[in-house]
Write a protein that binds this ligand. Sequence first.
Ligand SMILES: NC(=O)c1ccc[n+]([C@@H]2O[C@H](COP(=O)([O-])OP(=O)(O)OC[C@H]3O[C@@H](n4cnc5c(N)ncnc54)[C@H](O)[C@@H]3O)[C@@H](O)[C@H]2O)c1
Length: 320
Amino acid sequence: MATDWDAREKVAREVTTAAVIGAGTMGRQIAVLIASSGRAVRIWDADPGMLAAARERIAEETRTLPHLPRYAHHQFRLHPPTDVDEAMKRITAAASLEDAVSGADIVIEAVREDLDTKLELFTELSRQSPEAILTTNSSSIPSSQIAPAVQDPGRFLNTHFFAPVWSRPMVELMGSGATRPDVMDAVERFAKSLGLVVAVVRGDSKGFIINRVWRAVKRESLRVVDEGHADPDDVDRLWMLFFGTPYGPFGIMDMVGLDVVSDIETSYQKVATDPADQPSAILADKLNEGHLGEKTGQGFYSHPDPEYLGSEWLAGEDEG
Ligand SMILES: NC(=O)c1ccc[n+]([C@@H]2O[C@H](COP(=O)([O-])OP(=O)(O)OC[C@H]3O[C@@H](n4cnc5c(N)ncnc54)[C@H](O)[C@@H]3O)[C@@H](O)[C@H]2O)c1
Protein backbone atom coordinates (compact mmCIF):
# COMPACT_ATOMS: atom_id res chain seq x y z
CA MET A 1 0.00 0.00 0.00
CA ALA A 2 1.30 3.48 -0.89
CA THR A 3 2.26 5.62 2.09
CA ASP A 4 2.14 9.41 2.44
CA TRP A 5 5.86 9.46 1.88
CA ASP A 6 5.49 7.54 -1.38
CA ALA A 7 2.96 10.13 -2.47
CA ARG A 8 5.29 12.98 -1.50
CA GLU A 9 8.17 11.45 -3.44
CA LYS A 10 5.97 11.18 -6.49
CA VAL A 11 4.93 14.82 -6.23
CA ALA A 12 8.52 15.89 -5.61
CA ARG A 13 9.38 14.51 -9.04
CA GLU A 14 6.56 16.42 -10.62
CA VAL A 15 7.46 19.91 -9.32
CA THR A 16 11.10 19.86 -8.41
CA THR A 17 12.20 23.44 -8.91
CA ALA A 18 10.34 26.58 -7.90
CA ALA A 19 10.90 30.29 -8.40
CA VAL A 20 9.52 32.87 -5.98
CA ILE A 21 9.30 36.44 -7.24
CA GLY A 22 9.31 39.01 -4.43
CA ALA A 23 11.46 38.61 -1.31
CA GLY A 24 9.16 40.40 1.13
CA THR A 25 7.20 38.96 4.06
CA MET A 26 5.47 36.31 1.96
CA GLY A 27 8.09 35.52 -0.65
CA ARG A 28 10.66 34.66 2.02
CA GLN A 29 8.26 32.39 3.88
CA ILE A 30 7.02 30.63 0.75
CA ALA A 31 10.64 30.05 -0.31
CA VAL A 32 11.60 28.35 2.94
CA LEU A 33 8.38 26.34 3.02
CA ILE A 34 9.21 24.92 -0.42
CA ALA A 35 12.89 24.39 0.42
CA SER A 36 11.86 22.48 3.52
CA SER A 37 10.05 19.98 1.31
CA GLY A 38 13.38 19.17 -0.34
CA ARG A 39 12.94 21.22 -3.49
CA ALA A 40 15.26 23.84 -4.95
CA VAL A 41 13.98 27.44 -4.89
CA ARG A 42 15.27 30.57 -6.58
CA ILE A 43 14.07 33.86 -5.19
CA TRP A 44 14.29 37.24 -6.88
CA ASP A 45 13.23 40.78 -5.94
CA ALA A 46 13.24 43.97 -8.02
CA ASP A 47 14.68 45.86 -5.04
CA PRO A 48 18.43 45.13 -4.92
CA GLY A 49 18.48 45.72 -1.15
CA MET A 50 15.71 43.17 -0.53
CA LEU A 51 17.43 40.70 -2.82
CA ALA A 52 20.84 41.10 -1.19
CA ALA A 53 19.35 40.58 2.26
CA ALA A 54 16.92 37.82 1.26
CA ARG A 55 18.85 34.67 2.22
CA GLU A 56 20.14 36.14 5.45
CA ARG A 57 16.66 37.27 6.46
CA ILE A 58 15.10 33.92 5.55
CA ALA A 59 17.67 32.09 7.67
CA GLU A 60 17.23 34.46 10.59
CA GLU A 61 13.42 34.37 10.49
CA THR A 62 13.38 30.59 10.18
CA ARG A 63 15.81 30.14 13.06
CA THR A 64 13.78 32.29 15.40
CA LEU A 65 10.39 31.09 14.10
CA PRO A 66 8.62 33.89 15.96
CA HIS A 67 5.20 32.35 15.53
CA LEU A 68 6.06 28.85 16.56
CA PRO A 69 3.78 26.28 14.99
CA ARG A 70 0.92 25.33 17.20
CA TYR A 71 -0.31 22.67 14.85
CA ALA A 72 2.59 21.90 12.57
CA HIS A 73 3.96 18.78 14.13
CA HIS A 74 0.66 17.30 15.13
CA GLN A 75 -2.61 17.76 13.33
CA PHE A 76 -1.06 18.82 10.06
CA ARG A 77 1.79 17.56 7.98
CA LEU A 78 3.92 20.65 7.81
CA HIS A 79 7.60 20.01 8.33
CA PRO A 80 9.43 23.15 9.49
CA PRO A 81 13.17 22.75 8.94
CA THR A 82 14.99 21.18 11.85
CA ASP A 83 18.25 22.01 10.10
CA VAL A 84 17.98 25.57 8.79
CA ASP A 85 21.45 25.49 7.18
CA GLU A 86 20.46 22.40 5.23
CA ALA A 87 17.23 24.03 4.01
CA MET A 88 19.12 27.20 3.08
CA LYS A 89 21.37 25.22 0.72
CA ARG A 90 18.34 24.79 -1.50
CA ILE A 91 17.51 28.53 -1.66
CA THR A 92 19.36 30.70 -4.17
CA ALA A 93 19.04 34.45 -4.56
CA ALA A 94 18.79 34.79 -8.34
CA ALA A 95 20.76 37.45 -10.21
CA SER A 96 17.83 38.39 -12.44
CA LEU A 97 14.21 37.52 -13.16
CA GLU A 98 15.42 35.42 -16.08
CA ASP A 99 17.86 33.54 -13.86
CA ALA A 100 15.11 32.97 -11.25
CA VAL A 101 12.61 31.37 -13.60
CA SER A 102 15.08 29.42 -15.72
CA GLY A 103 14.16 25.73 -15.43
CA ALA A 104 11.46 26.35 -12.80
CA ASP A 105 8.44 24.05 -12.84
CA ILE A 106 6.38 26.57 -10.91
CA VAL A 107 6.77 30.35 -10.53
CA ILE A 108 5.04 31.92 -7.54
CA GLU A 109 4.60 35.69 -7.58
CA ALA A 110 4.61 37.51 -4.22
CA VAL A 111 5.19 41.16 -5.13
CA ARG A 112 3.22 44.16 -3.95
CA GLU A 113 -0.55 44.11 -4.07
CA ASP A 114 -1.06 46.33 -7.09
CA LEU A 115 -2.79 45.16 -10.26
CA ASP A 116 -0.62 47.16 -12.68
CA THR A 117 2.57 45.88 -11.05
CA LYS A 118 1.31 42.31 -11.33
CA LEU A 119 0.11 42.73 -14.94
CA GLU A 120 3.50 44.06 -15.97
CA LEU A 121 5.33 41.28 -14.17
CA PHE A 122 3.17 38.48 -15.62
CA THR A 123 3.60 39.87 -19.14
CA GLU A 124 7.34 39.46 -18.56
CA LEU A 125 7.04 36.09 -16.78
CA SER A 126 4.93 34.77 -19.62
CA ARG A 127 7.74 35.51 -22.05
CA GLN A 128 10.60 34.35 -19.88
CA SER A 129 8.95 31.22 -18.57
CA PRO A 130 6.79 29.81 -21.35
CA GLU A 131 6.35 26.31 -19.88
CA ALA A 132 6.06 26.72 -16.10
CA ILE A 133 2.94 26.85 -13.98
CA LEU A 134 2.51 30.51 -12.98
CA THR A 135 0.74 31.54 -9.79
CA THR A 136 -0.03 34.72 -7.90
CA ASN A 137 -0.08 35.02 -4.12
CA SER A 138 -2.32 38.09 -4.31
CA SER A 139 -4.54 38.60 -1.28
CA SER A 140 -7.40 40.18 -3.13
CA ILE A 141 -6.90 40.12 -6.91
CA PRO A 142 -8.56 37.17 -8.65
CA SER A 143 -6.38 35.48 -11.26
CA SER A 144 -9.07 36.29 -13.85
CA GLN A 145 -7.92 39.95 -13.66
CA ILE A 146 -4.28 39.07 -14.28
CA ALA A 147 -4.85 36.22 -16.77
CA PRO A 148 -5.03 38.57 -19.80
CA ALA A 149 -1.31 39.29 -19.27
CA VAL A 150 -0.41 35.60 -19.46
CA GLN A 151 0.18 33.80 -22.74
CA ASP A 152 -1.47 30.40 -22.31
CA PRO A 153 -3.58 31.39 -19.26
CA GLY A 154 -4.46 27.70 -18.77
CA ARG A 155 -1.29 27.38 -16.67
CA PHE A 156 -2.07 30.31 -14.36
CA LEU A 157 -4.00 30.52 -11.05
CA ASN A 158 -4.16 32.04 -7.56
CA THR A 159 -2.19 30.29 -4.81
CA HIS A 160 -3.04 32.25 -1.68
CA PHE A 161 -0.60 31.34 1.09
CA PHE A 162 -0.88 32.72 4.62
CA ALA A 163 1.59 34.28 7.04
CA PRO A 164 3.07 33.03 9.24
CA VAL A 165 3.21 29.90 7.09
CA TRP A 166 4.27 27.65 9.94
CA SER A 167 1.25 28.40 12.11
CA ARG A 168 -1.23 28.96 9.27
CA PRO A 169 -0.61 25.78 7.29
CA MET A 170 -3.15 26.38 4.57
CA VAL A 171 -3.52 27.68 1.03
CA GLU A 172 -6.46 28.72 -1.12
CA LEU A 173 -6.32 27.82 -4.81
CA MET A 174 -8.50 29.60 -7.34
CA GLY A 175 -8.48 29.30 -11.08
CA SER A 176 -9.27 32.15 -13.48
CA GLY A 177 -11.93 30.27 -15.43
CA ALA A 178 -9.29 29.51 -18.07
CA THR A 179 -7.06 27.45 -15.75
CA ARG A 180 -6.64 23.88 -16.97
CA PRO A 181 -7.87 21.15 -14.59
CA ASP A 182 -4.55 19.30 -14.84
CA VAL A 183 -2.75 22.46 -13.69
CA MET A 184 -5.15 22.85 -10.74
CA ASP A 185 -4.57 19.20 -9.84
CA ALA A 186 -0.78 19.51 -10.09
CA VAL A 187 -0.74 22.57 -7.84
CA GLU A 188 -3.10 20.95 -5.36
CA ARG A 189 -0.77 17.93 -5.10
CA PHE A 190 2.24 20.26 -4.83
CA ALA A 191 0.60 22.26 -2.01
CA LYS A 192 -0.38 19.09 -0.14
CA SER A 193 3.19 17.82 -0.48
CA LEU A 194 4.30 21.00 1.34
CA GLY A 195 2.08 19.88 4.21
CA LEU A 196 -0.60 22.50 3.60
CA VAL A 197 -4.33 22.13 3.99
CA VAL A 198 -5.81 23.05 0.60
CA ALA A 199 -9.10 24.81 -0.07
CA VAL A 200 -10.10 25.04 -3.73
CA VAL A 201 -12.31 28.11 -4.22
CA ARG A 202 -15.23 27.52 -6.56
CA GLY A 203 -15.86 30.21 -9.18
CA ASP A 204 -14.40 33.70 -8.98
CA SER A 205 -14.30 35.31 -5.54
CA LYS A 206 -12.42 38.52 -4.76
CA GLY A 207 -10.73 37.71 -1.45
CA PHE A 208 -11.26 33.96 -1.96
CA ILE A 209 -12.85 32.51 1.20
CA ILE A 210 -11.18 33.54 4.43
CA ASN A 211 -9.92 36.93 3.25
CA ARG A 212 -13.49 37.99 2.51
CA VAL A 213 -14.42 37.16 6.08
CA TRP A 214 -11.21 38.77 7.40
CA ARG A 215 -11.74 41.87 5.27
CA ALA A 216 -15.15 42.49 6.84
CA VAL A 217 -13.61 42.21 10.31
CA LYS A 218 -10.69 44.47 9.34
CA ARG A 219 -12.89 47.13 7.76
CA GLU A 220 -15.19 47.33 10.79
CA SER A 221 -12.25 47.30 13.24
CA LEU A 222 -10.68 50.26 11.43
CA ARG A 223 -14.04 52.00 11.14
CA VAL A 224 -14.95 51.72 14.82
CA VAL A 225 -11.59 53.36 15.67
CA ASP A 226 -11.89 56.00 12.90
CA GLU A 227 -15.32 56.94 14.24
CA GLY A 228 -13.79 57.47 17.69
CA HIS A 229 -15.73 54.73 19.47
CA ALA A 230 -12.67 52.75 20.54
CA ASP A 231 -8.88 52.46 20.46
CA PRO A 232 -7.15 49.57 18.66
CA ASP A 233 -6.38 48.11 22.11
CA ASP A 234 -10.10 48.01 23.01
CA VAL A 235 -10.97 46.20 19.81
CA ASP A 236 -8.20 43.64 20.17
CA ARG A 237 -8.76 43.03 23.88
CA LEU A 238 -12.47 42.37 23.39
CA TRP A 239 -11.82 40.25 20.32
CA MET A 240 -9.22 38.14 22.11
CA LEU A 241 -11.49 37.53 25.07
CA PHE A 242 -14.56 36.88 22.91
CA PHE A 243 -12.90 34.48 20.49
CA GLY A 244 -10.12 33.16 22.73
CA THR A 245 -7.37 34.06 20.27
CA PRO A 246 -3.77 35.14 21.08
CA TYR A 247 -4.08 38.40 19.11
CA GLY A 248 -6.79 40.61 17.67
CA PRO A 249 -7.45 42.30 14.31
CA PHE A 250 -4.96 45.16 14.87
CA GLY A 251 -2.30 42.70 16.03
CA ILE A 252 -2.83 40.72 12.83
CA MET A 253 -2.66 43.87 10.68
CA ASP A 254 0.74 44.63 12.24
CA MET A 255 1.92 41.14 11.29
CA VAL A 256 0.67 41.49 7.71
CA GLY A 257 2.30 44.92 7.29
CA LEU A 258 0.25 48.12 7.26
CA ASP A 259 1.44 49.06 3.76
CA VAL A 260 0.17 45.70 2.50
CA VAL A 261 -3.11 46.14 4.44
CA SER A 262 -3.51 49.56 2.83
CA ASP A 263 -2.91 48.19 -0.69
CA ILE A 264 -5.45 45.44 -0.06
CA GLU A 265 -8.01 47.90 1.33
CA THR A 266 -7.52 50.12 -1.74
CA SER A 267 -8.10 47.15 -4.01
CA TYR A 268 -11.45 46.45 -2.28
CA GLN A 269 -12.43 50.12 -2.15
CA LYS A 270 -11.99 50.42 -5.92
CA VAL A 271 -14.88 48.01 -6.44
CA ALA A 272 -16.93 48.81 -3.31
CA THR A 273 -20.64 49.42 -3.73
CA ASP A 274 -21.07 50.72 -0.15
CA PRO A 275 -20.32 54.49 -0.11
CA ALA A 276 -19.19 54.13 3.53
CA ASP A 277 -16.34 51.90 2.35
CA GLN A 278 -13.69 54.64 2.47
CA PRO A 279 -9.93 54.73 3.23
CA SER A 280 -9.20 54.52 6.96
CA ALA A 281 -7.79 57.62 8.69
CA ILE A 282 -5.97 55.66 11.41
CA LEU A 283 -4.32 53.47 8.80
CA ALA A 284 -3.29 56.52 6.73
CA ASP A 285 -1.79 58.11 9.87
CA LYS A 286 0.34 55.03 10.54
CA LEU A 287 1.59 54.98 6.96
CA ASN A 288 2.42 58.70 7.04
CA GLU A 289 4.44 58.12 10.21
CA GLY A 290 6.30 55.23 8.51
CA HIS A 291 4.90 52.79 11.08
CA LEU A 292 4.21 49.66 9.06
CA GLY A 293 3.92 47.08 11.85
CA GLU A 294 6.35 44.26 12.63
CA LYS A 295 8.52 45.06 9.62
CA THR A 296 9.44 48.52 10.95
CA GLY A 297 9.23 47.73 14.67
CA GLN A 298 6.20 49.97 15.18
CA GLY A 299 2.59 49.81 14.02
CA PHE A 300 -0.50 49.70 16.18
CA TYR A 301 1.87 48.04 18.66
CA SER A 302 5.63 48.10 19.34
CA HIS A 303 7.60 45.09 18.09
CA PRO A 304 9.10 42.55 18.55
CA ASP A 305 7.30 42.42 21.93
CA PRO A 306 3.84 43.84 21.28
CA GLU A 307 2.02 45.23 24.30
CA TYR A 308 -0.74 42.61 24.10
CA LEU A 309 1.74 39.94 25.17
CA GLY A 310 2.15 41.66 28.56
CA SER A 311 0.59 39.84 31.52
CA GLU A 312 -1.67 42.73 32.55
CA TRP A 313 -2.65 43.85 29.08
CA LEU A 314 -5.63 41.55 28.58
CA ALA A 315 -7.12 42.73 31.87
CA GLY A 316 -6.82 46.32 30.64
CA GLU A 317 -4.63 47.14 33.62
CA ASP A 318 -1.38 47.86 31.83
CA GLU A 319 -1.94 51.60 31.61
CA GLY A 320 -1.47 53.95 34.55
N1 LIG B 1 1.72 39.87 4.21
C1 LIG B 1 0.80 38.93 4.29
O1 LIG B 1 0.43 38.46 5.38
C2 LIG B 1 0.19 38.36 3.01
C3 LIG B 1 -0.59 37.19 3.12
C4 LIG B 1 -1.09 36.61 1.95
C5 LIG B 1 -0.86 37.19 0.73
N2 LIG B 1 -0.12 38.35 0.66
C6 LIG B 1 0.13 38.91 -0.67
O2 LIG B 1 1.45 38.55 -1.05
C7 LIG B 1 1.99 39.57 -1.89
C8 LIG B 1 3.28 40.08 -1.27
O3 LIG B 1 2.98 40.58 0.02
P1 LIG B 1 4.14 40.83 1.09
O4 LIG B 1 3.47 40.98 2.38
O5 LIG B 1 5.22 39.82 0.94
O6 LIG B 1 4.67 42.26 0.59
P2 LIG B 1 6.07 42.96 0.93
O7 LIG B 1 5.83 44.40 0.75
O8 LIG B 1 6.61 42.45 2.22
O9 LIG B 1 7.04 42.41 -0.22
C9 LIG B 1 6.82 42.67 -1.58
C10 LIG B 1 8.16 42.58 -2.29
O10 LIG B 1 7.92 42.65 -3.70
C11 LIG B 1 9.00 43.39 -4.27
N3 LIG B 1 8.54 43.87 -5.58
C12 LIG B 1 7.67 44.87 -5.85
N4 LIG B 1 7.48 44.94 -7.18
C13 LIG B 1 8.22 43.95 -7.75
C14 LIG B 1 8.40 43.49 -9.07
N5 LIG B 1 7.79 44.07 -10.11
N6 LIG B 1 9.23 42.43 -9.28
C15 LIG B 1 9.86 41.84 -8.25
N7 LIG B 1 9.73 42.23 -6.96
C16 LIG B 1 8.90 43.27 -6.73
C17 LIG B 1 9.31 44.48 -3.27
O11 LIG B 1 10.60 44.98 -3.46
C18 LIG B 1 9.12 43.73 -1.94
O12 LIG B 1 10.34 43.18 -1.48
C19 LIG B 1 0.91 40.63 -2.05
O13 LIG B 1 0.19 40.39 -3.20
C20 LIG B 1 0.05 40.41 -0.80
O14 LIG B 1 -1.27 40.85 -1.00
C21 LIG B 1 0.43 38.93 1.78
